[in-house]
Write a new protein. Structure first.
Length: 254
């Protein structure tokens, strides 16, 4: 049987006139979610543990230091138990990602012509026509006979006499004609696959999401597990149990 020491006092002695203890500590305001718990955290601790014994020697200073040290853990626990969204009836959530890339090396091009090219040209030809005067006209060229070179075959381009060149591609013995362009890559390309990312000229990625019950647990069992989880790992209970275990004597003075 434990004998109470005279220096131990009840926790209620350290609440201020407004019945505040935890929320009055400077460390409490470094807790990211302190505003969510402000309205009731001290009321719960007072109603449950006001008669539990603590060592009064530097208690408030030690409590503030303890809280500063626990803030990172409390933040993660709060986010896991309160903020994280999940489906209590789903016990099989998985996201799979897979991707592939292609990477091009140096490319070369080669052109090959088939058949023969035949060219032809049409040149205008002329004929000589002789004329003589028949009128008493003193104009030059009209007093005697003269010869005029006139076009006999006259291809024209935009109304003007011109020589015309034509060309055509004739097929070869296999019936091929024209130009064939081929492209190929020079050498091999090596692609390394690190754990994080793949880099290349082209790539594709797909994502598969699986969610639901894998079938080994009934919905009723999952619901019962959810209720047990919430009862055991309620954040207020978690915080209060930690506080009593680490900051108090663990004995009530009744």
């Amino acid at each position: 049987m434990r004998v109470r020491q005279e220096k131990e006092v009840r926790l209620r002695k350290f609440f201020n006139s407004n019945y505040k203890l935890i929320t009055a500590l400077p460390a409490w305001h470094s807790f990211t979610y302190y505003e969510d718990l402000d309205p009731y955290i001290d009321d719960i601790i007072f109603s449950r543990y006001k008669d539990i014994l603590v060592d009064p020697e530097r208690f408030l200073w030690a409590l503030d230091s303890w809280l500063y040290g626990r803030i990172p853990d409390l933040k993660k626990v709060y986010e896991a138990l309160v903020l994280k969204e999940y489906d209590p009836f789903s016990n099989y959530d998985m996201i799979e990602k897979e991707g592939s890339i292609s990477k091009e090396g140096e490319k070369t091009s080669e052109a090959k012509r088939y058949g023969t090219e035949e060219s032809s040209m049409t040149i205008p030809t002329t004929k000589s026509s002789r004329y003589s005067t028949t009128y008493d006209n003193a104009a030059e060229g009209r007093l005697e006979s003269y010869t005029v070179e006139e076009p006999e075959t006259a291809p024209t381009v935009e109304g003007q006499y011109a020589q015309i060149s034509r060309s055509q591609q004739l097929p070869d013995e296999q019936g091929k004609q024209g130009t064939e362009l081929t492209e190929k890559y020079k050498g091999d390309v090596t692609i390394e696959a690190p754990e994080s990312e793949l880099e290349g000229d082209r790539g594709e990625q797909r994502e598969l999401t699986r969610k639901g019950n894998i079938g080994v647990t009934t919905s009723q069992q999952m619901l019962e597990s959810e209720l047990t989880l919430r009862d055991k790992y309620n954040f207020i209970n978690y915080f209060c149990n930690m506080f009593v275990r680490e900051c108090t004597i663990g004995v009530y003075d009744i």
